[in-house]
Design a protein around this ligand. Structure first.
Ligand SMILES: [Zn+2]
Length: 375
């Protein structure tokens, strides 16, 4: 059994430690200390070099707990960083629900996952029963385009199955389907000129961008695909024909062909805006991550469903429109699912978690280890 009091204490302490993206060092130190206290032969704790690569103060924390080699190696993942406003969080418990005092987020996204995994690991290390090799992958900068996960060393995190404890939804919800995502960066390059003296020698890049965007279909395109223009930046002064205008846009789709088709349509529109006004154009498309689509008969999904049932909860399979580290693991060729951990209203000052869900999340992690041990 897990120690629910220790779980709750660690969660409250973890959310009280500031860890906005790129500043996860203190949380890494906290986890390092907690895990170091448990004396186990062969326990390996590594902090990788992702921090240096992405400009953060810490790398990803990877813990390797040796186990019976006859079982598959399983990994648990949660991310250490939070969004803003995430400094000086004061957690309060009211009617068995934990919230912040109101001026900040709570950071349950994803400290619920972090503390649930920590408690599972501490219990596992204390009990000394036979279990599979287990890896804990605590990532940095998830909220900044999954940067920590993208910079993980594949050798260090080798595992047959990855369970990502980081999703809205109650404990028991298994996320088996997630979208592909492209980012599109566009630069319209016109020509500057004084707008009052010689506007006819200028080429207006804002006009090109505006024409392009006004012809775009954005938002929910169909059941599978969404599109957005999220950032536009252009011009330098009110009396100058704007030379440079930049756009940041994205497309997500549950199908790769849906993603590619919508991306092509958007590029076509950007190009025609540029042609109409006579600007140069620079377009860069970046595949942020690949989607995944697991079936209920896939081994990892069977393990999750069985583990959920074993702790007396109901399992359900669903899809998401959001990206998470799960997508990166799947893109790296690993089998990964995301699991609902019960937090509500993430990224807002109304964020909360019921203590019962926090406990369920940790029980589920433990049940997954036990389910794999029985196979
Ligand atoms: Zn998260």
């Amino acid at each position: 059994m897990i120690n629910t009091e220790r779980l709750l204490d660690n969660f409250l302490e973890l959310v009280s430690i500031d860890s906005v993206s790129f500043h996860e060092r203190e949380v890494v130190d906290f986890l390092y200390e907690r895990l170091r206290l448990v004396e186990t032969k062969g326990l390996k704790i590594t902090i990788d070099d992702a921090g240096e690569k992405i400009g953060g103060d810490s790398g990803n924390l990877i813990v390797s707990i040796p186990g019976e080699e006859s079982y598959p190696t399983i990994a648990f993942n949660a991310h250490l960083d939070t969004v803003e406003p995430g400094k000086g969080i004061i957690p309060r418990i009211n009617d068995d629900v934990i919230r912040s005092d109101g001026d900040t987020i709570l950071g349950a996204d994803d400290k619920v996952g972090v503390s649930a995994i920590l408690e599972m690991a501490l219990t596992l290390l204390e009990k000394g029963e036979s279990h599979p090799p287990v890896k804990l992958i605590f990532t940095v900068a998830e909220e900044k385009g999954l940067l920590g996960a993208k910079n993980l060393d594949p050798q260090l995190i080798k595992a047959d199955q990855v369970f990502v404890l980081d999703s809205v939804g109650t404990v028991g919800e298994i996320i088996v389907k997630a979208p592909y995502q492209n980012s599109i960066f566009v630069k319209f390059k016109g020509k500057a000129a004084h707008s009052g003296i010689n506007p006819e020698t200028g080429v207006n890049s804002i006009k090109a961008a505006a024409l392009a965007i006004s012809n775009l279909d954005l938002g929910r395109i169909d059941d599978e695909t969404t599109a957005n223009v999220g950032v536009i930046k252009g011009g330098s002064a009110i009396n100058v024909v704007p030379e440079l205008t930049e756009i940041k846009a994205e497309v997500r789709s549950l199908s790769e062909s849906g993603l590619e088709n919508k991306t092509k349509t958007m590029i076509k529109s950007f190009k025609s805006g540029s042609i109409e006004v006579g600007t140069d154009i620079d377009i860069e498309v970046i595949r942020e991550y690949n989607g995944f689509d697991l079936q209920k008969d896939d081994e990892i999904v069977k393990v999750c469903s069985e583990a959920v049932r074993s702790i007396g909860l109901k399992s359900s399979l669903r899809s998401t429109g959001g990206g998470s580290d799960t997508s990166v693991f799947n893109s790296k060729g690993m089998s990964a699912v995301a699991l609902g951990v019960g937090y509500l209203n993430p990224h807002t000052t109304d964020e909360s978690i019921a203590t019962a869900e926090l406990i369920n999340a940790s029980k589920l992690a433990q049940a997954i280890v036990m389910t794999v041990s029985k196979k």
